[in-house]
Design a protein around this ligand. Structure first.
Ligand code: 2BA
Length: 145
């Protein structure tokens, strides 16, 4: 199948609504949370990285276990005692992929090549949920079977 054929397939124009993991089910932290709290949420949830929201429930970035550990890396050891004094905001990655609820599946697929999850926002930029690589691959799998 050529790229052109794939582009013309209705799959690429499908809406993403049904694939979104709703915000109630997404582990997240807030900008002003200390890193010890963020690390706890990451460890308890089992995820590598999770979204960071502000107090108005808007997405501001994402934070990962690696970024947290890197921020407390001293010359010879991890300085765990600093975890409580550093905020999520100081360490998070503010450059994250985001899409609107009305984005097409094709756009989400392209974005997911470089990102394990994509934050989804409504028209007021409020956080709706995430689109995971798993749900994108699952739909492609169903489509081609
Ligand atoms: P990772 O945490 O690196 O997880 C990579 C993949 O490993 C996930 O892919 C999933 O297939 C599996 N996995 C990891 N932890 C899991 C768990 N606690 N329960 C079930 N499966 C788990 P995706 O499902 O495509 O997720 C892609 C990325 O989206 C995840 O990367 C994570 O960063 C984020 N994510 C997924 N679900 C989330 C949620 N409910 N809350 C916060 N972040 C989530």
């Amino acid at each position: 199948m050529t790229i052109e054929t794939l582009k013309n397939r209705p799959l690429m124009n499908k809406e993403i609504h049904d694939l979104i993991v709703s915000h109630e089910k997404v582990a997240h932290v807030q900008l002003q949370n200390p890193l010890d709290h963020a690390l706890l949420v990451l460890i308890k949830s089992g995820y590598t990285a999770i979204p960071v929201l502000d107090k108005d429930y808007r997405v501001q970035g994402q934070i990962s276990k690696t970024e947290i550990l890197d921020s407390i890396l001293g010359l010879e050891r991890l300085e765990m005692e600093r975890l409580h004094d550093i905020t999520v905001e100081a360490v998070m990655n503010p450059k994250i992929p985001r899409l609107n609820t009305d984005a097409t599946f094709g756009k989400a697929l392209t974005t997911s090549i470089s990102h394990p999850f994509i934050c989804i926002e409504d028209e007021y930029e409020a956080f709706v949920g995430i689109l995971t690589r798993r749900s994108i691959l699952a739909l492609i799998n169903r489509y081609f079977k």
